[in-house]
Design a protein around this ligand. Structure first.
Ligand code: CP
Length: 336
């Protein structure tokens, strides 16, 4: 792996998942790997889980992680080539990135989309300019269109739950979320929200689950959303897509809940029907599905208290696994 920006950067997802789970079992097993290495973490947007889990992961590997909240503490960066910098932007990424490349061994960056200009957001200019000019491996801490550390974590968590189900089945009756003799059904469902949110988590989850399936993992992947909320087909191709949430939820083993704004007529909220919020009643048609969400979550808007506070929810396990995803990725890059 040269950079970690999308599922396409990973040769073998299952092997990365295995590495992450090995770190979960023994967090300090490579505590010397990052000795004398520095990891720069640039935030152009807020974060809790990504920031803390990546810092912990770096610490477990013996590396120094230095956080720089560029949006609040840094010079305003210009990313456009040949820009005439007579406005508010103070420093060009062409000048800043090579310096960071000399300060750090790995550069991690979080940057959100504007949701105003689809072509600009989907060109991933910000992260690509850091790849072009820093000269060191770049890790996405969420970009305009993708959130690969979250998606790797999601696959780690699904693998873990399926593994626990297999172990439970070997010693007794089925406990749900552990299908015997059939492909696990993974459903991504749109949920209502009060704000227009990026498509990054949904794009990324779709990209990773599809890549996992293409790599031979037997899964049934269904995406459900209201009309007008189609995602970019480059990420969803391979999944079954339906506007009927009930049909999608039938016999589901995992339900991933997430809001996103419109992709076609970019960055808008069209329908915001509260009926799309997942409830315990809707979960009854699933195979005792485990419910996932990347967090932060708007309670009783995106997901009900009754689900989040029930054993169906695995959001805490999922968010806790962020450490092991980050550790597996950083370790892979540090070994190169
Ligand atoms: N899921 C996630 O990326 O959380 P943060 O925005 O808190 O990092």
């Amino acid at each position: 792996m040269k950079n970690f920006i999308s599922a396409h950067d990973v040769k073998d997802i299952d092997s990365l998942v295995k590495s992450a789970l090995a770190y979960k079992a023994n967090p300090l097993k490579d505590k010397e790997l990052g000795a004398h290495k520095r990891i720069g973490m640039l935030f152009l947007n807020p974060s809790m889980r990504t920031r803390l889990s990546t810092q912990i992961a770096a610490q477990n590997l013996g590396a120094d992680a230095i956080v720089f909240n560029v949006d609040k503490e840094g010079w305003a960066l210009e990313f456009e080539e040949e820009a005439i910098m007579s406005g508010n932007k103070v420093e060009h990424v062409k000048d800043a990135a090579p310096i960071m490349g000399n300060y750090f061994d790995i550069l991690c960056i979080r940057t959100f989309p504007s949701l105003k200009n689809k072509e600009e957001d989907y060109s991933e200019l910000y992260i690509n300019q850091f790849v072009k000019y820093s000269g060191i491996p770049v890790v996405s801490l969420e970009s305009s269109t993708l959130h690969p550390l979250q998606s790797l974590t999601d696959i780690i968590t699904i693998t873990e739950v399926l593994g626990a189900g297999e172990a439970a089945r070997a010693s007794g009756p089925s406990t749900g979320s552990a299908p015997a003799g059939r492909r696990p059904k993974i459903v991504l469902t749109w949920a209502p929200h009060v704000k227009a949110l990026p498509q990054a988590v949904a794009n990324s989850f779709s990209q990773w689950v599809n890549a996992w399936g293409q790599a031979g993992r037997q899964i049934d992947f269904v995406i459900t959303h209201p009309e007008d909320y189609e995602l970019d087909p480059q990420f969803t191709q391979g999944a079954t897509i339906t506007h009927n949430q009930n049909e999608a939820l039938e016999d589901a083993d995992f339900v991933y809940v997430k809001n996103w704004s419109t992709f076609t007529d970019y960055g808008k909220i069209y329908c915001n029907d509260p009926e799309w919020m997942l409830t315990q009643d809707k979960l009854k048609q699933t195979n005792n599905a485990k419910v996932m969400h990347c967090l932060p979550v708007r309670r009783n808007v995106e997901l009900s208290d009754e689900i989040l506070d029930s054993p169906s929810s695995i959001v805490t396990q999922e968010a806790s696994n962020r450490v092991w995803a980050a550790q597996a990725v950083l370790a892979d890059l540090l070994k190169r």
